[in-house]
Design a protein around this ligand. Structure first.
Ligand code: SF4
Ligand code: SF4
Length: 346
């Protein structure tokens, strides 16, 4: 890995001068919470001054720029007994800046599902390949994040450039050759021993600041042993089956596909829409039978996919510990409490 430093004003120049013709997306403040805390979302911006790289974390994850909530997979036209099909993969380049380690590690997990499996998903691939990712380390752990428990607090790949604020400069990790080429437009400098020391000190302080942790060792086995745990009923009874947790999650990717035909039978579309395993009809099949009619079984299924099924398929949990799900949940259900409850049963 190549490391460089750049002046902060040069990063601004990169966006305002060199990237001004490309769609740029970054963390913008959209509102404030009741307690006055700023709420951020990844949104398109025109000037670098519109975004804040010191943001804590965005309310929604960046997955929407790779697997949107709803997308048309193909359109059909019917004419005189014949038909044509049109498929559009998005190819327009985009720069996504301000992703934290949890956000980038989430993309690396989505890559395993959509880009590296037997049948890579072309809609995801086209967006991933045409998105230039600039990440940034968090200044301190977010109030409820537990990314360090899931080794998602450090990034080694999945980005083009990755920054750490070291005062009046950014310490930059270069992840790809296209990252290297872009960086060279803004006079990067070699790292001095003093800058290396500052980088190490800030990294150490960040790691020491975590308040929330979970134990994930042996969790797949714990989940199997605790399949009938009363904990599922306790949390399931609170769950509203709203699906908000899956929508804000940076790695949840379950979806449904519907076919919509126009009233005059001249046009049709195949539409993919993100779905949540917590929604009532997620496991309903033809004939009306529902494999998971109870709230607790649906809630349990989400935890099993995240912390057991994904481990079985890819050797690691799907969760990155950002706790966006816990923040979004109106019933105050969060992974740290649910998993701790299960572990207490042993
Ligand atoms: S979960 Fe970790 S990486 Fe993500 S915002 Fe919080 S501290 Fe940063
Ligand atoms: S866990 Fe919370 S956010 Fe998720 S479906 Fe249940 S109530 Fe909604």
């Amino acid at each position: 890995m190549i490391f460089k430093t750049i002046a902060k004003e040069d990063l601004k120049k990169l966006f305002d001068v060199h990237l001004k013709d490309i769609e740029c997306v970054g963390p913008k403040q959209v509102a404030a919470s009741g307690g006055g805390q700023p709420i951020y979302q990844f949104l398109p911006f025109e000037s670098f001054d519109e975004i804040n790289l010191d943001h804590e974390k965005t309310e929604y994850s960046a997955k929407t720029y790779f697997i949107p909530f709803r997308e048309t997979l193909s359109s059909f036209k019917f004419n005189n007994g014949d038909w044509t099909q049109e498929i559009n993969y998005r190819k327009q380049p985009r720069v996504l800046v301000g992703l934290h380690p949890c956000d980038i590690n989430a993309l690396v997990k989505l890559d395993k599902v959509f880009a590296k499996d037997f049948f890579p998903y072309p809609y995801y691939l086209s967006r991933r390949k045409n998105t230039f990712v600039i990440g940034i380390d968090c200044e301190k752990p977010c109030s409820d994040g537990f990314c360090s428990s899931l080794s998602a607090d450090v990034v080694t790949h999945g980005f083009d450039l990755f920054l750490r604020d070291i005062g009046d400069k950014y310490f930059v990790k270069v992840g790809t050759d296209r990252g290297f080429n872009l960086l060279n437009k803004i006079n990067p400098t070699d790292i001095t021993p003093e800058e290396r020391k500052t980088y190490r000190k800030k990294t150490k302080e960040f790691l020491a600041g975590f308040e929330k942790t979970i134990r994930v060792e042996n969790l797949p086995n714990t989940l199997d042993i605790e399949f009938e745990s009363g904990g599922w009923k306790k949390w399931g009874d609170k769950c509203l089956s709203c699906g908000s947790c899956s929508m804000v999650c940076p790695t949840c990717y379950c979806y449904g596909v519907s076919e919509q035909v126009s009233m005059d039978f001249k046009k049709a579309e195949k539409v993919k829409q993100l779905y949540s395993c917590n929604l009532f009809d997620f496991a309903q099949v033809a004939g009306g039978y529902n494999f998971r009619p109870a709230r607790e079984t649906r809630l349990k299924y989400r935890y099993y996919h995240q912390h057991r099924g994904f481990v079985e398929s890819f050797g690691e949990p799907m969760c990155v510990g950002c706790n966006r799900c816990g923040r979004a949940c109106l019933a105050n259900i969060n992974p740290v409490d649910v998993i701790s409850d299960l572990q207490m049963e042993l």
